[in-house]
Design a protein around this ligand. Sequence first.
Ligand code: ZN
Length: 188
Amino acid sequence: MDTTTVERLMRQLLSEIGEDPDREGLLKTPERIAKALDYLTSGYRADPQDLLSSARFTQETDNMIIARDIELYSLCEHHMLPFFGRCHIGYVAKGKVFGVSKLARLVEVYARRLQIQERLTEEIAHAMMDSGDVQGVGVIIEARHLCMMMRGVEKQNSVMTTSSVLGSFLYSPATRSEFLSLISRPKP
Ligand SMILES: [Zn+2]
């Protein structure tokens, strides 16, 4: 990302919305936005498979492994406004398990791009499947979208839920319902 170009565009944007980019409070705003955007879109410059392959541990288990309530912050591709919430990932391993912090990082890699919630959910599930180390995976995201809340488009408090199930989670109803019951349990 060319930060000089982004700063120039942000200065121009400030003028267009009726602001004075030279007023004291705004002098450094283009620079701050450029830095923030660089961070919030850093997912384009990260490779999910590199990440997953760096954190696999050999562990014989056929049990379902769940990472619940992974915090999630992303930007919607329609308005570039935040949507945020939680992501739950469940998977059945094939001899290797992933470190929990890597699953959180995986969510970030895809969340730090312009997204729609449906695609974000699917991309996380497919990356887990593509790693070749899982028999099946389920991903659920619950999020609130500021583009709806701030613009008053829909009910201000509505939470959108999306899910993606692949492999054994897709073809085994028992696996799928185990996943759903595990993520809906009260927190310890
Ligand atoms: Zn939007």
